[in-house]
Design a protein around this ligand. Structure first.
Ligand code: ZN
Ligand code: ZN
Length: 275
């Protein structure tokens, strides 16, 4: 029996003789079913017409994403550290070339994922690299292929190793998580943000939404809480969830001014339409 994959969000489901009747992730208000309706694929089919592309951003941080883009189109990040590598976020396509390349770079000690839209084929990756997947427990109802490799963490932070900390920000999802690596950016610190702190198209600002495709904003209170969760952490560079969504410099102050701008906009204390 295959593990079917939703072509709209990339989520892989538990084994079933027929494709699931619907994708729970796409039926929910934060995602969408495409105009042509719900369709399904498998990893075997995906491997026939997609490959993974790589971009090294800085020593120890490499992006990996599928070409042509598939489903939501995010790229994952491979973080290489002395005491073990971490895959941040996940993509649906795992093929032999990707397994060989990552094993040659030391394999994976863990996978950590920001939120359910990027759970994709996490269980395939965990099995290929014999490593655990760290997910925030608040989002456990969105796991569509349960597996013993999945570990749920609770609380506000989870320390891994070599200066890596998972930070629960909430917002987009209740368990919405970002990764902070103190050793990134030459020791000035990096944040891998998924779309929990979403890099705007201009790459000068961040925004924070319950749904990006359906334009559902978050409350001022929720975004203020994101700002408080990030306050203890220093960072220079912030990696968003697409290859080109990177804030290279001064990302901490970009986050602070973006939280302020967002709260002013939704509170009506900055009137964009005043003449
Ligand atoms: Zn879906
Ligand atoms: Zn998302």
């Amino acid at each position: 029996m295959p593990n079917f994959i939703c072509t709209a969000c990339g989520t892989q489901y538990a084994k079933s003789p027929q494709p699931p009747a619907e994708c729970k992730i796409c039926e929910e208000e934060r995602q969408y079913v495409p105009p042509h309706g719900q369709t399904w694929t498998t990893l075997e089919v995906l491997r026939q017409d997609h490959i993974n592309a790589w971009r090294e951003y800085e020593p120890g941080i490499t992006g990996v994403g599928s070409q042509p883009t598939f489903a939501i189109g995010q790229r994952a990040l491979l973080l290489r550290m002395p005491r073990g590598n971490v895959l941040w976020d996940c993509i649906s396509l795992l093929d032999a070339a990707t397994v060989s390349a990552i094993k040659a770079l030391g394999g994976l000690k863990a996978i950590a994922i920001s939120h359910p839209h990027f759970y994709t084929t996490m269980v395939e990756w965990a099995h290929a690299f014999d490593c655990p997947v760290h997910l925030n427990a608040a989002d456990k109802d969105w796991i569509m292929r349960p597996d013993p490799a999945i570990g749920l963490w609770q609380g506000d932070t989870l320390k891994l190793w070599d200066g890596v900390t998972l930070i629960r920000c909430g917002g987009h999802f209740e368990g919405g998580t970002v990764l902070h690596w103190a050793g990134g950016a030459g020791g000035r610190g990096v944040v891998c943000a998924g779309d929990i702190l979403a890099v705007a198209t201009d790459r000068k600002w961040l925004t924070f939404m319950r749904s990006y495709p359906n334009f559902i904003p978050l409350s001022a209170r929720t975004v203020a809480a994101i700002g408080r969760a990030m306050a203890p952490f220093a960072f220079e560079t912030l990696y968003g969830h697409y290859f080109d969504r990177v804030i290279a410099k001064d990302a901490k102050s970009v986050l602070e001014k973006s939280v302020t701008r967002y709260i002013a906009a939704v509170n009506g204390t900055r009137d964009y339409d005043r003449r």
